[in-house]
Design a protein around this ligand. Structure first.
Ligand code: PLP
Length: 257
């Protein structure tokens, strides 16, 4: 979100007396472009709350993040959190503290950026090689983070594609409608590039293309869009959760020692 929109957002929050949460798990993972100021740094009224996590820069199993906000908000958050989980694990906090105090974290973040930037480039190149522009598939070139967002042609259903991709090619992705509160976005999906190796990314792009191509050909031959089912497919929450888990971060063994 560019600076002007951030300022606009804060001014709207001021007008309606709202707090704004900026959830920033990927802020440290920028590969190109300029970092934008946090909402909290632009905020003059104590409305912005910044959320950050070690999940993407150290390892997800720590289950540890941090909040940057006005002290009065932090104390309310502490009270709200205590009945939910009886406090974050002391062991996790101690691990993070020892690691941070050792001075290794900046190098770890730098290394994470290098590894992910290279993987991002591999996946982008592989998709360009494997996917014919005439199929009408588009994807983002993200400036940071761990994912590409893919838009299939309007008529194509990402859940059907996932079934085919899993069954025929053993390749997985997260369906895009899981990210829409109204279950729209059925022709969208999210590809992760942080977990697979470079060779696997190339293979995955080729396999995905092998699943998309026949669907495009069949659609062209029939000249009609397949009827959309009336009932939305139920969300496979546990399955998606495990896919997301898989999509996270460097292997533990790769963390800077
Ligand atoms: C946008 C966003 N916010 C928050 C999180 C959660 O991070 P944590 O592992 O600290 O719960 C994620 C993790 O995938 C995320 O993508």
């Amino acid at each position: 979100m560019p600076r002007e929109r951030r300022e606009e957002l804060l001014s709207i929050a001021g007008e309606f007396d709202l707090l704004v949460i900026e959830d920033s798990p990927y802020r440290q993972l920028r590969y190109v472009g300029e970092s934008q100021p946090t909402l909290r740094s632009l905020d003059r009224e104590g409305r912005a709350i910044g959320l950050f996590t070690f999940s993407k820069i150290l390892f997800p199993g720590l289950r540890l993040g941090w909040v940057v906000a006005e002290p009065a908000i932090i104390s309310r958050l502490v009270v709200a959190k205590q009945p939910v989980d009886c406090c974050t694990s002391g062991l996790s906090q101690l691990l993070a503290r020892v690691y941070i105090e050792s001075g290794r974290l900046p190098r770890q973040v730098e290394r994470t950026r290098e590894v992910y930037a290279a993987k991002r480039a591999v996946l982008l190149e592989a998709l360009e090689q494997c996917i014919d522009p005439a199929w009408g598939v588009r994807w983002t070139r993200p400036e940071g983070g761990l994912f590409l967002w893919v838009e299939l042609p309007e008529w194509m259903d990402a859940r059907e594609l996932l079934d085919r991709a899993l069954a025929q090619e053993q390749v997985a992705f997260v369906v895009g409608d899981a990210f829409h509160c109204d279950r729209s976005g059925r022709n969208t999906l999210r590809l992760n590039f942080s977990y697979p190796g470079e060779q696997q990314l190339r293979q995955a792009a080729a396999r995905l293309a092998r699943c998309i191509e026949p669907a495009v050909a069949a659609h062209r031959a029939s000249g009609t869009a397949p009827a959309a089912s009336e009932e939305p497919t139920p969300l496979l929450v546990s399955g998606e959760h495990s896919l997301m888990q898989l999509s996270w971060n460097l292997a533990l063994s790769e963390i800077v020692e």
